[in-house]
Ligand binder design. Sequence first.
Ligand code: PGA
Length: 248
Amino acid sequence: MANRYLIANWKMNLPPAGIEPYMAQVAPVDAGDVRIVIAPPFPYLEDVAALKRGTSVAAQNCGDHEKGAYTGEVAASMIRDCGARLVILGHSERRHVYGESDALIARKLAVALLTGLIPVLCIGEDLRTREAGKVAMALAGQIRATAIESLEGADEVVIAYEPVWAIGTGRNATGAVCAETVVHIREALTRFWPRRHANAPVLYGGSVTPENVGDLETNGGINGYLVGGASLDAGKFLGILRVMRRLT
Ligand code: PGA
C-alpha cells in the first residue's frame, strides 16, 4: 500500500506535448516512495496504460452500476479492463458542475470497491462554508454520507481534500490551512468510517504548483497531491515530485 501519492488529473484535456512524449518523460522517473498516478480522459486510458512503466493509471469517474442500460456511463469493470488501478470519485467538478450528490458518490464508491479499484474520494468545502467557519462540519458530512458497508473489507481508499475555492483558481490552501483541515478529516474518518481507514492517505488538491508545494509539503500534514492544471506539463508535474522527494 502506497502512502504518498502524486496524481495527474488531466480533466477533459490532453497534455499539449502529446501523450507519448509526456509519458516518455514521466514514466521512467524514479519516484521513490511516491506513487505516481496518471488520470487521463476515458478514451486514453489504454494508451496511457501501455506506456505507464512504474506509474499507475486512474479514471476520473465511473458509473454507479455494475452494468446495464445507462447510456453514456462507463462501468468500473471496463475501466479496470483498460488498465486502470484507481478511480477518482466525487471530484468537485462532478459535484458542482454535474450535480453529483453524496448518495450517488456513495454508490460509485461501492461499485469501485466491488471491482477492486482503489477509490480516490474527493471532498472539500466551498468558500461560503469556509468563511462561515463550518469546514469541519461540511467535510464530516461528506465522509459520513459515504460510510458504506463495503469499506469494512477495503484495503486501500485514498482521500483527496480539494477545497472548491482552490481548484483552478490559482489560490491554493496554505500548508497551515491544510494541516488544520486534515485534523478534521481524520476525526471524521475515525468517527464514521471503519477503523482500518483511520490512517488513509489524505492528499491535497487545488492550484498545486512546483512553486507552492514546498509549504504544503513542510506544513500541510498530507500524503500527496491531486494536480490539475500543472499536471498537463510533464516538467511542472515532475517539478512537484522533485520537491516532494527533496523534503523527505
Ligand atoms: P488544479 O485542479 O490543480 O487545476 O486546481 C486540481 C483538481 O481539480 O484536481
